[in-house]
Design a protein. Structure first.
Length: 142
């Protein structure tokens, strides 16, 4: 699925973006500067280190676009994952709303049953009280 270029870009970005690379490059640059300043060996790049500047510019010119390719590919993967997560969240929200509706319907059924039970108990225990309550609730005739 990945092209050779994408695999190479990921590999380069992984290496160049590591502490190991930074430390090794710093050590190599330090050795380069020390050897050329002290003239321990022949001056292959005397101060102001033009060859070193050229090498680092060359490295930056190629490393930056390769790293950007890897980051662009990763951001596309992240965007697809975020879109997938959003769709799942919308589906979950709909399912939760459906469950809320079912629970509300069950509660309404329970309330209707409880009211019915209360009415039967009231009619059984105090029929005259029920008649008085119904008379008060009924609209006046006439």
């Amino acid at each position: 699925m990945l092209t050779r270029g994408a695999i190479l870009a990921d590999y380069v970005a992984e290496i160049v973006g590591s502490w190991r690379f930074i430390i090794i490059q710093s050590v190599v640059l330090g050795i380069w500067v020390v050897l050329n300043v002290t003239a321990f060996i022949e001056h292959c790049d005397p101060y102001p280190f033009i060859l070193l500047n050229l090498v680092l510019s060359f490295q930056a010119a190629y490393a930056a676009p390769i790293i950007m390719m890897s980051q662009n590919r990763q951001s596309e993967i992240d965007r697809r994952n975020a879109e997938h997560d959003y769709r799942i969240n919308v589906k979950a929200e709909l399912e939760i709303e459906l469950l809320h509706n079912k629970i509300d319907a069950l509660r309404e059924q329970e309330i209707v049953k409880l009211v019915s039970i209360i009415e039967r108990l009231s009619a059984h225990l105090a029929p005259e009280l029920l008649a008085a309550i119904e008379a008060e609730a009924a609209p006046p005739k006439g």
